[in-house]
Design a protein around this ligand. Structure first.
Ligand SMILES: [Zn+2]
Length: 194
């Protein structure tokens, strides 16, 4: 193969989550081995194409300077910007670390009992099911609480204190697992990185 190898290709798993950035060689290997399809991005439309469709598209859409193509033995092929893996389901995620700060952020610094937002120094963590009653220190049992609500609830179940929580506490969504410097984001990648 000839042509520029400076292209970078964004790789998505089957859930359309960005998992990697690869070069041309690896990208075309994924494509030719039918491990991936191309996502053609144009005018905010996303079209998934297999290798056959991509060859056809390449033939019909050559750029004048050939900059976006590489020369293969038979036909100049357009270099895709985004690939969609066919089989890769594993989500190589960075889990959000459980911490006081992370709980506050999940709850948007809002007391989950009275619904008021407070500055951090006026907030506490509260075990919804108290520890004494077997409540765990987990994403699902810890909420942000203001100090008055925390004091009022004390060591009781919410209903015993005649209180209820604003929303069921959950483990926060995972962070995106690849991060790309703002300057080096290709236009066609934007949609998939946010
Ligand atoms: Zn409160």
């Amino acid at each position: 193969m000839l042509g520029s190898f400076s292209h970078r290709i964004l790789v998505l798993n089957r859930l359309w989550q960005a998992v990697n950035i690869v070069g041309v060689k690896r990208g075309f290997n994924l494509l030719f081995q039918e491990h991936a399809n191309v996502i053609l991005t144009a005018n905010k439309q996303y079209r998934v194409m297999d290798i056959g469709e991509w060859i056809q598209y390449s033939l019909e859409n050559q750029t004048a300077d050939g900059r976006d193509s590489i020369k293969t033995i038979r036909v100049p092929l357009r270099v895709p910007k985004v690939l969609l893996l066919k089989h890769y389901d594993r989500v190589p995620i960075k889990e959000v670390k459980f911490s006081k700060e992370a709980i506050f952020q999940r709850d948007k610094f809002c007391c989950q009992y009275c619904g008021q937002t407070y500055p951090e120094h006026l907030l506490n963590l509260d075990h919804v099911i108290p520890r004494d009653l077997g409540g765990k220190t987990s994403w699902e049992n810890i909420v942000t609480s203001c100090i008055p609500c925390n004091t009022r609830k004390a060591n009781r179940m919410p209903h015993q204190a005649n209180m209820s929580i604003q929303s069921r506490p959950v483990r926060p969504k995972r962070r995106p697992f690849i991060t790309v410097d703002e300057e080096s984001v290709e236009e066609d990648w934007n949609y998939f990185l946010h």
